[in-house]
Design a binder for this molecule. Structure first.
Ligand code: GLY
Length: 345
């Protein structure tokens, strides 16, 4: 509370507002975390390592006044359209039937809005369709064939999302998946369920006004059961933004992230005052606590990969994984890869 006595005029004004049921407590009177009063000197973007070009694009756009959500979507679209990235959009590895099914979600901090699509087929840039859901509907998530019909209504066209190399990878996987099925094994195919891609790109950004947005987009787990939806399109799991606090998102084994609502949880840890890096580590600790024994190695560590990335309203950033790795950052010092903090040394 202010030490300055209320003048009669302001007192009457406040009393009148109370009677009218209007806002009683000005925002400034609520004890706010210090973080709320800060903002970065220049835009900051953080992403999974495959977002190195995306973070550069995002800060370039934010620097010239582009909205944070539009900057984030333009950043992740680079990967969605890249046939060489087999975890996102065009060229992403398909489900067990050879169909590419894409998931994406986004949040726009200033307007407190969210959008998502899941199991979307035939559209290269699901992040754009998630943004259309955010901008033009009263809903948050559209799925499957109806998400595709929604995209078509905005002029998108259905395209084959398999590239020659992702089709080849799937054909080899199908040929080798079982010793006793009717598909003859081929040389050079990977083990049936050996290395499965759980790639994805998550990108979170804050501009110099302190406005924040986040986007996550993926082709999901390779060779998944058709219809499987991972964490990426789940608001609060694959990504989350609170314009007062920051944004966070994830890549890796989606089911394990969904179990802890990791995007939301990381932002909540930042709300409690944690640095983004520590918030990511705290979320990973929670993941381990909630992991069933079948997904733990004999030494108690998870047998899967999961990363978190976060930025706060001040432009502080961080990322963490179980055993280290890299993530992408861009700010006034340019775009670069930095080390993820590791939960296990
Ligand atoms: N994190 C991506 C997925 O599990 O689908």
């Amino acid at each position: 509370m202010s030490d300055v006595p209320l003048s009669r005029r302001s007192f009457i004004g406040a009393a009148g507002a109370a009677v009218a049921g209007a806002t009683l407590i000005p925002e400034t009177a609520i004890a706010a975390p210090y973080i709320r009063r800060s903002r970065p000197a220049s835009p900051v973007a953080v992403a999974s390592a495959n977002g190195i070009r995306g973070v550069a694009r995002a800060i370039e756009l934010m620097g010239s006044g582009t909205d944070t959500l539009d900057a984030a979507v333009e950043g992740v679209k680079i990967q969605e359209l890249d046939p060489e990235d087999n975890s996102v959009g065009y060229g992403g590895l398909p489900n067990e039937e050879g169909v590419v099914q894409l998931d994406a979600s986004c949040m726009h901090g200033p307007t407190k809005r969210a959008g998502a699509v899941a199991c979307l087929e035939g559209i290269k840039t699901p992040s754009e369709i998630a943004r259309l859901v955010l901008k033009y509907t009263n809903h948050i998530m559209l799925v499957g064939r109806d998400a595709q019909r929604f995209a078509l209504s905005y002029g998108y066209q259905v395209e084959d999302l398999l590239t020659p190399s992702s089709r080849e990878a799937w054909l080899r996987w199908r040929a080798n998946r079982g010793a006793n099925d009717d598909w003859l094994n081929v040389d050079g195919g990977q083990e049936p369920m050996g290395v499965r891609v759980t790639g994805t790109i998550n990108l979170n950004c804050v501009n110099s006004a302190g406005d924040i947005s986040s986007v996550t987009t993926t082709s999901g787990l390779s060779w998944k059961i058709p219809g499987r939806v991972g964490d990426s399109p789940i608001i609060g799991a694959g990504q989350y933004t609170d314009n007062d606090i920051g944004a966070a998102g994830s890549t890796g084994r989606g089911e394990s992230n969904i179990m802890v609502c990791g995007g939301f949880l990381t932002v909540e840890f930042m709300r409690q005052g944690m640095h983004p890096k520590d918030a990511c580590l705290a979320t990973l600790k929670r993941v381990v606590e909630k992991t069933p024994p079948r997904l733990l190695r004999p030494d108690g560590r998870p047998n899967f990969g999961l990363n978190f990335y976060a930025v706060n309203k001040k432009g502080e950033y961080g990322g963490a994984s179980f055993t280290g790795g890299r993530y992408a950052v861009a700010d006034e010092r340019g775009a670069r890869l930095e080390d993820l903090a590791a939960l296990y040394s």
